[in-house]
Write a protein that binds this ligand. Structure first.
Ligand code: PLP
Length: 386
């Protein structure tokens, strides 16, 4: 199977696996326990905290370990809604684990920051609105999971600073693909290990300095009372080992070649599949992600099933539990109609993906394109799906 779904989850790196195994054997104690085994685990945890903070460019005391980005994002909005009376501005492109807690915690106080057709949030909307109001929090992700479009988070930090407003950045898709340094400037920052070769079920939250957090999970003093529950020591050490490894690759600029392969693929796609269209084509994007509208209008699942049969794992872009999904709200926010958005497929490569893999995907898309264009094929694929 050639895997083009790294934005959904990424295989465990050997370094992370080794770190997990070592930590499981070497640190059997609970970091909160008073005996030596406990303090050894606690020391290992703090060393991991220092390393992660150094990579992000913040202080170790600002790092809270969590079960993943869904928990981290929920924590930010849970806290923010309890300490501020003003509204919250959240980009319309955010992951549902930001949008839904924002709706829940800020009912009636949520303003969506619109996006442009390019796949990037509308910075002018923020600038204009700042002339009349100040929210309690502004949330803009670093890179979009569906389109790969990079968001102007560094500019939004400056705007927020000028108005003394806190800035929250979901950096799940950026961390481990582009340099982490600088992200520590965000007041609130979240990340998830399994998106960059760490294990699933572990992530982090960076909080503002000298601020007490209203915890989402209560019932224990862990993480300076900011997140109750025994820390996942092997998972955390494995996450940090994975990020260290990815940061080395990023430092060597290994992604520049990978970006060229993605660009070659995109250039050749419209020739191979007339009627296809690259989404957010003009925006700066992650080197690994292509979102493309397929020429066929009726059912994107057909493409996923057929590509699967040819040995390629791809995604329709948005998470889908039922197999019959809604067209992407991200594409909708960019101004695509529902029938257009229903044609979207997402191809997300990893660090191990090669130029040959991209070319093989192109050939497979051409095969599927020729196949789905044949009359009577729609009913056949529907039957396979049911
Ligand atoms: N934020 C973004 C941008 C994501 O892409 C994802 C996962 O797809 C999440 C948050 C959720 O992360 P986790 O799986 O760690 O809960």
């Amino acid at each position: 199977m050639i895997y083009f779904d790294h934005n959904a989850t990424s295989p465990l790196l050997p370094e992370a696996r080794q770190a997990w195994l070592d930590a499981s054997e070497r640190f059997p104690g609970n970091p909160s326990s008073p005996h030596r085994l406990g303090s050894r685990a606690d020391n290992a945890l703090n060393e991991a905290r220092e390393k992660l903070a150094a990579m992000l460019g913040c202080h170790a005391t600002q790092i809270v370990f969590t079960s993943g980005a869904t928990e981290s994002n929920n924590t930010v909005l849970h806290h923010a809604a309890r300490v501020a009376a003003e509204e919250v501005w959240v980009s319309a492109l955010e992951h549902p684990c930001v949008l839904e807690p924002a709706q829940f915690n800020f009912a009636g106080r949520l303003r969506l920051i619109p996006a442009t057709r390019s796949g990037v949030i509308d910075l002018d909307w923020i600038k204009d609105r700042f002339k009349n109001t100040t929210p309690s929090l502004v949330a803009v992700m670093a890179a979009n999971n569906e389109t790969g479009a990079l968001q102007p988070w560094a500019e939004v930090i400056q705007l927020c600073r000028a108005h003394s407003v806190q800035f929250f950045c979901d950096a799940v898709q950026w961390v481990g693909k582009l340099p982490a340094k600088g992200l520590g400037e965000c007041d609130w920052l979240t990340g998830s290990a399994h998106k960059f070769g760490g294990p699933r079920g572990v992530g982090f939250l960076k909080v503002p300095a000298s601020l007490s957090v209203t915890p989402l999970l209560r019932g224990g003093p862990q993480e300076e009372t900011r997140r109750a529950g025994t820390e996942n020591v092997p998972g955390i050490l494995a996450m940090v080992a994975a990020l260290e490894s990815r940061e080395k690759q990023i430092g060597r600029l290994d992604f520049q070649e990978a970006e060229k392969w993605r660009e070659d693929f995109e250039r050749q796609l419209s020739g191979a599949l007339p009627g296809s269209e690259i989404v957010a084509a003009r925006a700066p994007r992650l080197w690994n992600t292509v979102s493309a509208l397929m020429p066929e209008a009726d059912c994107q699942q057909r493409w996923v099933v057929k590509l699967d049969k040819l040995g390629f794992a791809v995604s329709t872009g948005s998470a889908c539990s039922s197999g019959k999904e809604e067209p992407s709200y991200v594409l909708n926010a960019m101004g695509y109609s529902a029938p257009e958005a229903a044609r979207a497929l997402r191809f997300s490569a990893g660090w191990e993906t090669t130029a040959r893999d991209w070319q093989a995907l192109l050939a497979a898309l051409q095969t599927v394109g020729a196949d789905v264009a044949k009359p009577g094929k729609f009913l056949e694929t529907q039957a396979a799906l049911e």
